[in-house]
Ligand binder design. Sequence first.
Ligand code: ZN
Length: 481
Amino acid sequence: MNYESVIGLEVHVQVKTVSKLFCSCPTSFGAPPNSNICPICAGYPGVLPVLNKKAVEAIVKTGLALTCRINLESIFARKQYFYPDLPKNYQISQYEKPVAEDGMLSLLSSNSSQKVRIRRIHLEEDAGKLLHTIGSLELEYSLVDLNRTGIPLMEIVSEPDLTSPKEAYEYLSTLKNILEYLEVSDCDMEKGSLRCDANVSLRPIGSQTLGNRVEIKNMNSFHGVQEAVTYEIKRQTEVLNSGNRVVQETRLWDSDQKETRVMRSKEEAHDYRYFPEPDLLPLKLEENWVEAIRAQLPELPEKKRKRFIEDYQLSEYDAAVLSSAPEMAHYFEKASSYLKSPLAPKIISNWITTELLGRLNTSNCPIEKGVISPEALAELVGLILNGTISGKIAKIVFEEMWSHNKFPKQIIQEKGLVQVSNEKEIEVWVLESISKNPKAVEEYKNGKEKAIGALVGYIMKISKGKANPDLVNQILKKKLA
Ligand SMILES: [Zn+2]
């Protein structure tokens, strides 16, 4: 039998706030263990939580960007379970009435316009962290660090609308892209500020009923999610093909062994004994406040990409690359704003995607640091457009700009790199080339047009790349005729 896979993702995103969700402890990463804690987040009896308004603002912003309905009244609930990193033995989360519901995300991939429904987005507090090793030393006991306890998280739950591991990957990159534009999270998987669980099930193609689903945890990169889901689809296919049933359970992804392993049988919502948090009032939002946030939403990647294609005549690919991070989009638009020529944006885009990005990636340097400023890149492209330098010289200039943080005009002056467009000067080079390359001249005259390349190459060599290539070709053909 042929099966299709049904995938839903639950993404936990750390909300970028200065203080925790229900107390004023800092959220800074890397502090000494148990230094960012207080009686509230350490779960002492008798303390009362106070909600962080900035976290609410961030989730409303996210909900609106993902076209969710914002519930003007939502409720916090206690999710109860015992684990050593959870000092209260319950987590304050949301259950029946989350802040945002029923949204949509369009996958940002070059070849699809597929939409994935967002079921809900709710606000909850993070748990602490258990340490079982120090460096490479395996401990005989475990240590508890509560610095992370109480840090605000958004849980973004998709409907099971994803049908392949590749789509799961695209969903995560698109979501990350949007969250970065909104500036609501750092989205750094290494620091744990973005975590993802995947629900995977199979069903016979064409069937509407969902098969038993398996939840996969412990994936620490988008690529890991893609691998784990791929593995799980294969595993479930084998189980079904051998006539067995898929067991509903939670499995852990082992990125070394490249396999999923049983962690526990899947818990149901009723196992957590959810009930409304008695220490917090229902969260009531004013419509005006929500609308004010909506009015301030930035232009989101999908819209920006379409605008780049329409306004600057960029290709789909270039527009996707340049809108993949807000800083890069800003850099591109800023550089383009300095030049009036309609050709400029396309050339600027080429310089960014081919020359600049490669160097930034290898040196692990963010574009906003401005090693080459948008003004400097625009100046370079302006000099190419007005014929002062050739494309070849521009590469030399660019290299200097990158390593010495100078403006192109200064480099050209210092190195004497201005393109020679004086016909008399070029003619001298052309005549020398003709007299020094009799074989190429002979071949050209016998109809082998390509032979002219050797003559041009010679001129570029003796002029140190400074001869205007268009003029060289023109004069050379005239002389040869
Ligand atoms: Zn605290």
